[in-house]
Design a protein around this ligand. Sequence first.
Ligand code: F6P
Length: 323
Amino acid sequence: MKKIRTIGVLTSGGDAPGMNAAIRAVVRAGVYNDMRVMGIRRGYNGLISGDMDDMTLRSVSDIIHRGGTVLQTVRSPEFETAEGLRKAMEISKVFGLDAVVAIGGDGTYRGARDICRLGLPMMVLPGTIDNDIGSTEFTIGYDTALNTVQDAIDKIRDTAYSLERCSVVQVMGRDAGYIAINVGIAGGAEVVLVPERRHDLMKDVIKPLLEARNRGKKHYIVVVAEGAGKAMEIADEIEKRTGIETRATILGHLQRGGSPTARDRVLASIMGMRAVELLRDGSINRAVCVQQGKIVDIDLCEAVDMKKSIEDNLFEISRILAQ
Ligand code: F6P
């Protein structure tokens, strides 16, 4: 196989804290290994339009602590078409790209799989706050989002306590409940609703709240993953059916911003470095992931098809400890 000398790096899909740390690692590890590194702007759209430039050691100075992504990002419908992929292949040849490191979520993985099948060597790193990538136990950005949401719930708890209210907090996660169940445990929520488990309003929300009241509780936190319901509607129902004064908070995009935690920076740095070393050693079309606590790499196509689920015992832990 041809030696990899020029690599591109891009971020795609929703931004996630730690993406900058991953870009920095790819650039610096690339330069260290005598590669030319090109920063591709605005995700796969940049690969289609040739929106890319050389990156140097200094172009990634002072970004490790910044949220978002300096390369910017998009979700690219064009890259899902045969024509978009064809244009991207042409551009990658024109710019002399031997491989591309793509950092993002499941859409990014599918895009990488599709273009690697046309012959552009790819490497993917998991970057999403949702933690919903089947091949990896942890994604870059998830830990920061957990901590951001946790901080918000702690603040909401202060006011819920003072006014003896119930607060319903809607958190991100798209179709996944990893953020919800984990902040539910960390924040002592009485009720956690996730998309992976269907819920019945009376049995799974109203009854546990009334039971908590009967055990002497005077304020309550309900965490609802965005894929499991709407905080406003649930809050209305709770107030109507229990008489407990209830407020709703939708945390929204503040969950995606902010300086990455140390854990996310380290994960991104190790993964970025690993991606470059794999390419240097001739491995292509791999997904870098965390499995059983270790950083490993697996076949990209296999990674795209992998599923994971929330461990059942987390729901039991959450329920028992919220008593
Ligand atoms: O995938 C990350 C994520 O923040 C999801 O949790 C959320 O559903 C979605 O992106 C929101 O996307 P947008 O920023 O396009 O509204």
